[in-house]
Design a protein around this ligand. Structure first.
Ligand SMILES: [Zn+2]
Length: 450
């Protein structure tokens, strides 16, 4: 009854040009949910997505929680006895950053060497379009029920997502959840993402003086806050760059390795700069904690007077290994900073935001169905189980709310996608496979339940 593999291949090939055109249309809408940007574009972006979903025969509504940004929910009920699949992606994008760093206009999609360049071309407007492609391929013969949930503030921290998901719980109820916001292992090698690190962002502020004072008259016995802050920050790692905060959890266990030269190339590490920590690079990125300093509030060098700085503040970003939790990790970091602040300086630690790490038990029929679909779409190459160093905190929300559902974390990115950076791009050949894989996945899931 359902479409055969060959029919789905043909259908995806038929739909791809239209899908590409709609993807380009979405990329031209700079829907950025961050403060200080024109949020009318996020509204336009939600409208455009709603229109696409209506075109797939879904019943569509634009929803929001409080002052949150608009998400789009589209539904089509399951045929009798068939399961329902929730398809997640987000329509908002990261700010483009310095336009001078882009080869072409971030909001005018351009193809170069088989890649489509533009902000959101990969993260995550191609995720939206992969869902649309699969639905269009089936047309009226969709063998499962679907709920599309296209969020509008993922890049800005998904602040209202919990409330949205709670409010629309019945609408979103499903047997399988596909979160298309991650990526594949390499060009030609698909992946299922099965672990994600959590995140604690916090501020540490140190102070030594009531006011700035003359560095000649008082320098020597009187400590300045920037020297204090520098010494304190240096205690966060040991000599080899291993995180030195007691109480943070980490482990080893990746099944694939990340070649050092590939990581150096992808990250753009300068010659001679050493990598931190020890053990497999995949473990260091996926299942061990990391700490980075994101910014420091201090006088600019061009404006710095000959004065001892009374106060200095840093923003720290702590990535948490799967198995850790944000509350105890923040407590550990805070205790470390309070313990190691030198010279009796005053220290104040405050939390900005925290998100839970996540591990997915990727076994069972839905995962078998997904692996079979991916292997077919990649012409016999089976997907690897992949960790991700970054976070998608709301996966934990879905896990709590729908404990019976299998959660498949997929995506369109490859290692060269440059999400969040300049020259973000989508590999169009891989995108075609992603679309086919999703159509095959829906078919496999439908057959599984019968
Ligand atoms: Zn994303």
């Amino acid at each position: 009854m359902s479409l055969t593999e060959d029919e789905l291949r043909a259908a995806i090939a038929r739909e791809l040009p239209g899908v590409r055109a709609d993807l380009e249309r979405l990329v031209r809408i700079p829907g950025i949910a961050f403060d200080g940007f024109d949020h009318s574009h996020v509204e336009r972006s939600a409208e455009a997505v709603a229109e696409l979903l209506r075109g797939c025969g879904l019943e569509v509504q634009i929803v929001r929680a409080g002052a949150g940004h608009p998400a789009v929910i589209g539904r089509r009920p399951a045929p009798p006895g068939a399961p329902t699949v929730l398809l997640y992606a987000h329509h908002d994008v990261q700010p483009a950053g310095d336009p001078a760093l882009w080869t072409s206009d971030p909001f005018e999609p351009v193809e170069r060497d088989g890649r489509l360049y533009g902000r959101g071309a990969a993260d995550d407007k191609a995720g939206v379009m992969a869902h649309v492609a699969a639905l269009r391929a089936f047309g009226d013969e969709l063998p499962v029920g679907v709920v599309l949930f296209i969020e509008g503030e993922e890049e800005y921290g998904s602040d209202s997502l919990d409330e949205l998901v709670q409010t629309h719980k019945e609408l979103l109820r499903s047997d399988v959840i596909v979160i298309a916001d991650s990526g594949n292992w390499d060009i030609g090698v698909p992946a299922l993402t099965t672990s994600l690190r959590g995140l604690v962002n916090c501020f540490v502020e140190v102070s030594t003086l009531e006011n700035a004072v003359h560095s000649g008259m008082f320098g020597g016995p009187v400590p300045d806050a920037l020297t204090v802050l520098s010494r304190l920050i240096s205690t966060l790692h040991d000599e080899d760059g291993e995180v030195a905060v007691d109480g943070l959890i980490g482990r080893e266990g990746a099944t694939v390795d990340y070649p050092e030269d590939r990581l150096r190339h992808e990250a753009g590490v300068l010659d001679g700069v050493k990598l931190l920590g020890s053990g497999r690079l995949t473990d260091r990125i996926w299942t061990k904690p990391s700490i980075a300093v994101l910014g420091i509030d201090a006088p600019r060098t061009s404006e710095a007077a000959n004065a001892l700085v009374p106060k200095a503040k840093a923003k720290l970003s702590v990535r948490l290994a799967p198995g850790d939790d944000a509350v105890s990790a923040y407590a550990a970091v805070r205790a470390h900073l309070e313990k190691y602040v030198p010279w009796g300086a005053h220290v104040e630690v405050t939390l900005e935001s925290g998100g839970a790490p996540c591990v997915i038990d990727a076994t069972g029929p839905a995962f078998d169905a997904a692996r079979a679909a991916f292997t077919t779409a990649w012409d016999g190459v089976a997907p690897v189980d992949m960790g991700v160093g970054g976070s998608i905190p709301f996966i934990a929300t879905f896990q709590e709310l729908f404990p019976q559902a299998a959660i498949l974390v997929t995506g369109v990115e490859d290692p060269y996608a440059g999400a969040h950076g300049p020259d973000e791009s989508l590999h169009l050949g891989e995108f075609a496979r992603v679309c086919l894989a999703e159509a095959l996945l829906l078919r496999n899931v439908a057959e599984l339940e019968r």
